[in-house]
Ligand binder design. Structure first.
Ligand code: GDP
Ligand code: MG
Length: 413
């Protein structure tokens, strides 16, 4: 049953990822992110969970990992900044459904001479679980680092290290103090690194929830990357859409201005508007059939009063010119361009204005209709039902922050 779930999620995610059809531009622009995500997908397929340590220099990150291995695998030192690079080791637990556990040691976040910080940040960011190591009460910088992980929707566990120098009473006081500084509704675990305490705790939660942590983190990372790709695509399309709308309003305005006697009529204007909607739909990757173009057009005209008013404005001013010209015919032998000039300018301005509004509304309508047909990672996350919701509080934070940040309307023309 458990096995089935992780495999199923892997195949859904893999199919979705293959459906994205990245352009060459996107492949090179997001090169590093794509590689990192492919590695995450591979880990999901292979059931290899990644646990990363994080914390200030000298709090004992390397020491904590060594105590899990019961061996000095990672270098520790009294001098700050012994660990200058990421180091990974496989940790094997008994009776686990996961294939292996990759433990990652990192330099302190406050250390100045970090080698390739981008790489380190990416590795920590791709950890399925973060052990945030502290030694005693936490300071402002640590609180701020913890909060940014929370905001990002990461699963963190606080590891309280260097407790052998403390009395029992002091230890209790410190734990209370740390709790006060953490968001109280999240139940972030605080685990003391003492004897087998941490090892037992990790063994238990990895056996119980390891697969879920790995799956959820893969889905989250997929979603984050997808948002970035979508944002970039929309930015490029926005530029294209804007220039297309500009082009169409120029055509319309010059048609109005150049043919004062033909009276660029509503039918001609409708043909241009329809062509504009079709062009925009191509930009947004949706080749509309004429029926749906008409539906979009209808919806926009009905729903948008200002557009309607502008259209009426154009027609009224057409009628006005007609009247003015007719009235002046007897006096000028039918040749009066004088009253026409200013009105033509107003009309051209109306034409530009209405085309711009139409273009904006049409782009929004088309964008709403152009949803991907594959199940998106975001939807997959939403569909997961948790038996122990308090363990997965970080997911709720992720989902709510994600909705706040996901305002694509800004990228429409
Ligand atoms: N007494 C004691 N010393 C510790 C403990 N944890 C770490 N240390 C020492 O603190 C120093 C820094 O530890 P290290 O693991 O290198 O810190 P890191 O920079 O966070 O990786 C080393 O000299 C460790 O031996 C602990 O629980 N008790
Ligand atoms: Mg270290």
């Amino acid at each position: 049953m458990k096995q089935f779930k992780i495999n199923q999620n892997y195949f859904l995610l893999k199919n979705w990822w293959e459906s994205i059809n990245l352009t060459n531009y996107e492949k090179s622009f997001f090169n590093k992110e794509i590689i990192a995500f492919n590695q995450q997908l591979f880990r999901l397929k292979e059931k290899k969970i990644r646990i990363g340590t994080y914390g200030k220099s000298g709090v004992g990150k390397s020491y904590v990992l060594n105590s899990l291995f019961k061996k000095d695998i990672f270098k520790t030192d009294i001098i700050n900044g012994t660990t200058r690079e990421i180091q990974a080791e496989d940790w094997r637990l008994k009776d686990q459904s996961l294939k292996s556990i990759e433990l990652i040691d990192s330099p302190g976040f406050d250390f100045c001479n970090i080698k390739s910080p981008d790489k380190i940040y990416s590795r920590i960011n791709h950890s399925d679980l973060i052990l945030f190591v502290v030694a005693g009460d936490i300071n402002r910088n640590e609180v701020s680092e913890i909060n940014s992980f929370i905001k990002d929707g990461k699963k963190i566990i606080i590891i309280l290290n260097k407790i052998n120098l403390l009395k029992k009473k002091e230890l209790e006081e410190i734990i209370e103090n740390i709790k006060i500084k953490l968001p109280n509704d999240l139940n972030i675990p605080i685990i003391i690194n003492h004897a087998n305490n941490l090892k037992n705790y990790l063994t238990k939660i990895i056996n119980q929830y390891g697969e879920t942590f790995l799956t959820l983190n893969s889905l989250q990372l997929a979603d984050k990357l997808f948002l970035k790709i979508k944002e970039k695509r929309l930015q490029r399309r926005q530029q294209l859409a804007q220039s297309t709308i500009g082009k169409f309003s120029t055509i319309k305005a010059s048609a109005v201005a150049l043919n004062p006697f033909i009276f660029f009529d509503v039918a001609g204007s409708f043909a241009l508007d329809t062509a504009l909607i079709n062009e925009l739909s191509k930009i947004y990757g949706l080749n509309l059939k004429s029926e749906s173009t008409r539906r979009i057009f209808k919806k926009i005209s009905i729903n948008n009063l200002s557009l309607g008013v502008t259209q009426i404005g154009i027609n009224t001013s057409f009628n006005l010119i007609r009247k003015v010209i007719l009235l002046t015919i007897p006096f000028t032998n039918g040749l009066s361009l004088l009253p026409y000039g200013p009105i033509a300018i107003i009309q051209a301005a109306f034409a530009v204005h209405s085309t711009k509004i139409l273009g904006k509304l049409a782009a929004k309508e088309i964008f709403i209709r152009s949803k991907v047909s594959y199940i998106e990672p975001f939807v997959m996350i939403q569909n997961i039902i948790f038996k122990e919701p308090e363990i997965f509080n970080h997911i709720n934070i992720y989902l709510s922050n994600r909705i706040l940040n996901n305002n694509f309307v800004n990228y429409l023309p």
